[in-house]
Ligand binder design. Structure first.
Ligand SMILES: Cc1cc2nc3c(=O)[nH]c(=O)nc-3n(C[C@H](O)[C@H](O)[C@H](O)COP(=O)(O)OP(=O)(O)OC[C@H]3O[C@@H](n4cnc5c(N)ncnc54)[C@H](O)[C@@H]3O)c2cc1C
Length: 312
């Protein structure tokens, strides 16, 4: 078993996700402390892989890896993990990372911690629970562990660099896969692009119902903003998916992000943490969003919205 850390990076449409750089930065820090190496792993083509600050980068390219396929990606990563015997394998706690980390954990009988916000030099992993309201420290048993890390936990810049990648063919046969990639379905266009808006009024489950969305729209109209939302609002059919901010929605970076009735779950924060000014209105003074917001009001959103409309 080595003291190395394998970071499984993610990319789409030729771009790496921020969490990939975040993990590489953290892996470097841990590798320095442990006397090991930080190794970035890139699976699949169509991307320039000389972009990490890792001690080394392995880029596995093969026609069967050109689109995400959990079976193919899993087999490749399993082979690399067996070869390198790292102390920690880091995945993003993302749609693809969830798929792969859990599978690899079961396949190799290695413990896996999810929702990881930090990893200590003693291997203690701090994990978020209950939508960010609680945190649990776990110490994995054995010589190897898998950490599925929440995006936004570590600085992006620490993982950015120019380490030249070593490109290799798949170390395993990918000829008889049971899982086939069919099609990537992208969100339908036609709606306003919330990623390019300067001001957003973002509503969460606290808005209570579709009939109340109009109030947020009226307020947004008065301040030259656009209405965005958390996932439950989309799931309930109150706004289209094009308005969803977060892990499974869009990443926004407005100058103003006014949040009405959003608790501040990690999956939502992932999409808006870089907003310049975050103002939260929530009736629950313990809502996690108050740890992130620059300004906050423990108040009823309807009272605040009505009061603002009167003033504007
Ligand atoms: C794989 C995965 C991907 C996900 N992707 C996303 C994503 O992209 N985006 C996303 O948002 N979520 C995502 N989620 C869901 C996420 O975990 C949370 O469940 C979600 O963000 C919660 O939305 P919310 O804050 O609107 O609702 P809640 O957590 O229910 O919070 C509602 C808040 O409104 C407050 N409230 C209620 N009434 C009022 C009132 N009258 N005035 C003021 N405040 C009030 C409450 O105190 C509460 O804090 C994802 C989850 C998973 C597992």
């Amino acid at each position: 078993m080595s003291n190395d850390i394998l970071v499984i990076t993610e990319h789409m449409d030729g771009k790496f996700s921020d969490v990939s750089f975040e993990m590489v930065g953290k892996a470097k820090e841990l590798a320095n402390a442990w006397g090991g190496q930080s190794i970035a792993v890139v699976v699949g083509g169509g991307v320039s892989s000389n972009v990490f600050a890792s001690d080394s980068t392995i880029h596995v390219d093969d026609a069967a890896l050109s689109n995400f396929n959990p079976e193919a990606y899993g087999k490749v990563i399993e082979a690399l993990v067996k070869e390198k015997s790292p102390k920690v394998v880091m995945f993003g706690w993302t749609a693809t990372g969830m798929d792969l980390a859990a599978w690899l954990s079961a396949k190799l009988g290695v413990p896996c911690a999810a929702y990881v916000k930090n990893i200590g030099a003693d291997m203690t992993m701090s994990c978020q629970a209950y939508g960010g309201k609680m945190s649990a420290d776990v110490s994995p048993e054995g010589d190897m562990a898998i950490a599925a890390c929440l995006a936004g936990s570590f600085p992006v810049e620490a993982g950015q660099g120019s380490t030249a990648a070593t490109t290799m063919a798949s170390p395993v046969d990918l000829g008889s896969l049971k899982v086939k990639f069919v099609e990537a379905i992208k969100p339908a266009g036609g709606d306003v692009d919330i990623t390019s808006q300067v001001k957003l009024v973002s509503i969460g489950r606290g808005i209570g119902g579709k009939e109340n969305v109009e109030l947020a729209e009226e307020l947004a109209g008065k301040i030259g903003a656009t209405v965005s939302c958390s996932r439950p609002v989309v799931d309930a059919g109150w706004l289209p998916r094009t308005r969803q901010v977060g892990k499974s929605g869009l990443k926004v970076k407005p100058k103003l992000y006014l949040m009405l009735g959003i608790s501040g779950a990690p999956e939502h924060l992932e999409g808006m943490k870089s907003a310049e000014l975050i103002i939260a209105v929530n009736t629950d003074k313990k809502a996690p969003i108050f740890n992130v917001a620059h300004y906050g009001a423990t108040a009823d959103l309807f009272e605040v919205a009505e009061a603002m409309l009167e003033l504007l």
